[in-house]
Write a protein that binds this ligand. Structure first.
Ligand SMILES: [Zn+2]
Length: 363
């Protein structure tokens, strides 16, 4: 089970089916089967370009609508999972279980009615921050530090997500936001995709302190598969003339668009996304990803680490991997570390399944 796989945005802009096989993408149903995936966090992405015009709620609803229509149409191969038991049942029937998750902001103001409506539609996991942008209730990793973490509204969003049984995702959150969310939430939380600051010290990666806190409350931290977050030799080649993940300029550019259709037209150009090329002499080996996993396992224990590849979200994959069909390569690399079968199975999905159960099945 993977905690972060980008779905639907491509079909929203370019058409096509999630069951088509795309030669210019990293994820589709045929490739998931080849990769041996039983379940995924089926992540929709409300992109930042919709925020200046305040179109984020409509964008989220449109993606959710297409997600539900696609999952219904292809339910013989991939089906909507609302809780841990659904994931079990669907994967045992030989299909892929889709646990719907949102990356980006569901509503920049944290409207609880919007949140509840998304829950009723079947969304079970939501990012607290608005991707790299600081919304009106929680500081992101890479935007303005407005609230020194979360404010009162942020606490209300967390309380409502706890009450509903929705998983709180703190990927893209600031360190303060993560620490305060762990404290405020009665449920364990997830950091669905990212690297460790021990390897690359950027705000988007997870600090050791935050990792330990998330784990101490029963949460799970998941590794993103890209060079940018995990390979210092590659990170060092990136231009350092701006703050990592800063979207201020982009938000200014998109503020000129007055209608959603204009924004759609511009955003459509970025799909399907293509990962940046990495020079072969510095390209990351799969064992470098395993080194981060091993670091985390030593730091927080084998019950709190998982995989959140971020496929089709632009990870520059390690040498030898090109899409989700190559998933077994990462599993094999973890096995080569000498980990027991039990430990490998936990990291490859059972930790995530436990977390989903705990959050979605407490009533
Ligand atoms: Zn992301």
């Amino acid at each position: 089970m993977d905690a972060h796989v980008h779905m639907i945005n491509r079909q929203f802009y370019q058409g096509g089916e999630i069951t088509d096989s795309y030669s210019d993408g990293q994820v589709d149903v045929p490739r998931m089967k080849k990769g041996g995936l039983n379940a995924i966090f089926f992540s929709l992405y409300s992109t930042e370009q919709y925020y200046p015009g305040r179109f984020e709620v409509k964008s989220t609803i449109q993606l959710m609508d297409l997600a539900l229509r696609q999952l219904e149409k292809h339910r013989d191969q991939i089906a909507l999972a609302l809780n841990g038991s659904d994931i079990d049942r669907i994967s045992k029937s030989g299909r892929i279980a889709a646990f719907v998750d949102l990356e980006g902001g569901f509503d920049l103001d944290g409207d609880l009615g919007v949140l509840r409506t998304l829950y009723r539609l079947g969304m079970r996991s939501v990012m607290l921050v608005a991707h790299n942008h600081t919304n009106n209730f929680a500081d992101s990793c890479c935007g303005e530090q407005k609230w020194s973490g979360i404010n009162q509204r942020g606490r209300e969003v967390i309380r409502e997500m706890n009450r509903l049984g929705m998983l709180i995702n703190v990927a893209h959150a600031s360190n303060q936001t993560i620490l305060q969310t762990v404290e405020a939430s009665s449920d364990p939380i997830i950091f669905s995709h990212g690297g460790s600051r021990h390897f690359i010290d950027i705000p988007r990666n997870l600090s050791d302190g935050a990792a330990k806190n998330i784990a101490a409350k029963g949460g799970v931290i998941c590794l993103q598969f890209g060079n940018t977050f995990n390979n210092p030799a590659y990170y060092d080649t990136l231009p350092k003339n701006r703050v990592f993940g800063d979207v201020t300029e982009m938000l200014k550019r998109f503020a000129v668009f007055k209608t959603m259709q204009e924004v759609d037209r511009e955003v459509a150009r970025q799909f399907p996304g293509r990962p940046a090329g990495v020079a072969p002499e510095i390209a990351m080996r799969i064992d470098q990803l395993v080194a981060v996993i091993d670091y985390w396992v030593n730091l927080v224990g084998e019950d709190h680490v998982g995989l959140g590849s971020d496929l089709d979200g632009g990870p520059e994959l390690p040498v030898g991997m090109k899409d989700i069909g190559d998933y077994s390569q990462i599993i094999d690399a973890i096995r080569r570390k000498g980990y027991s079968d039990t430990r490998v199975r936990k990291i490859a999905g059972l930790n995530l399944l436990r977390l989903v159960r705990q959050v979605t099945e407490k009533r």
